[in-house]
Design a protein around this ligand. Structure first.
Ligand SMILES: [Zn+2]
Length: 228
């Protein structure tokens, strides 16, 4: 009986696959009718083997994930660069300066006594217009020159100044009554003496091609000299 079972069990896998001969089938079936253990063995063999889902190789997935990651990194870098460009653009627009024309810059002057000294103050008004001093100021200089400058994009400059909170541009200059104040504008140069707008006259042409100038009114110099 025991040996019989061993033989039957050797045959069972083949029997279960239906590849055994008729004679073997008869032998096995004959045994199975009387042997519960072998029946159970066959039953177990015939149970569908639970197919474990095979672990998918995730290399392609990983590649996709890496690609997505690269793409999002690239997108992040792109947006950071775009933001930096926008900032640089705003900064450039906010600080871009050009000489102002006399149409954009409106000047007025007034005289004042300060600590016993007579001084003249020139102020400029105009959107985004300010004064840029040429060199350093000194009361001893016979001539002070300022340049009327303008922020190319006054609106952007205003926003930038509001954000950064520093605007060191000045809109006025103070000189003594004897100092000549030259105001360079984009379209012309203005001369102020003693708080008054004056003209420049050519007094003398030097051999080296330079000129000696006088600054004053038409009544003072108009008859003798030419404006220049
Ligand atoms: Zn058996």
């Amino acid at each position: 009986m025991k040996t019989n079972c061993d033989i039957i069990r050797d045959l069972l896998p083949l029997y279960a696959e239906h590849i055994t001969s008729e004679a073997t089938n008869a032998l096995v079936e004959d045994h199975l009718t009387e042997c519960e253990a072998c029946r159970a063995e066959l039953e177990q063999m015939e149970q569908p083997v639970p197919v474990r889902p095979e672990a998918q190789p995730d290399a392609p997935l990983r590649r996709i994930r890496a690609a997505l990651q690269r793409r999002s990194i690239r997108a992040a870098i792109g947006s950071v660069l775009a933001a930096l460009c926008a900032l640089a653009m705003i900064f450039w627009m906010g600080t871009a300066r050009v000489p102002a024309t006399t149409e954009q810059a409106h000047f007025w002057t007034y005289n004042r006594k300060e600590n016993g000294a007579d001084i003249c103050i020139l102020e400029v008004q105009g959107e985004g217009v300010w004064l840029d001093m040429e060199g350093t100021f000194s009361w001893g200089k016979p001539q002070i020159t300022v340049r009327a400058m303008r922020y190319r994009f006054p609106g952007v400059h205003r926003v930038l100044t509001a954000l950064v909170g520093s605007d060191r541009s000045t809109v006025w200059v103070m000189v003594s009554r004897t100092q000549l104040l030259t105001v360079d504008c984009a379209d012309q140069t203005l001369y102020y003496r003693d708080g008054q707008l004056v003209d420049r006259y050519i007094v003398q042409e030097n051999p080296d091609g330079t000129f000696d100038y006088a600054y004053g009114t038409d009544q003072e110099y108009g008859i003798d000299y030419k404006k220049g």
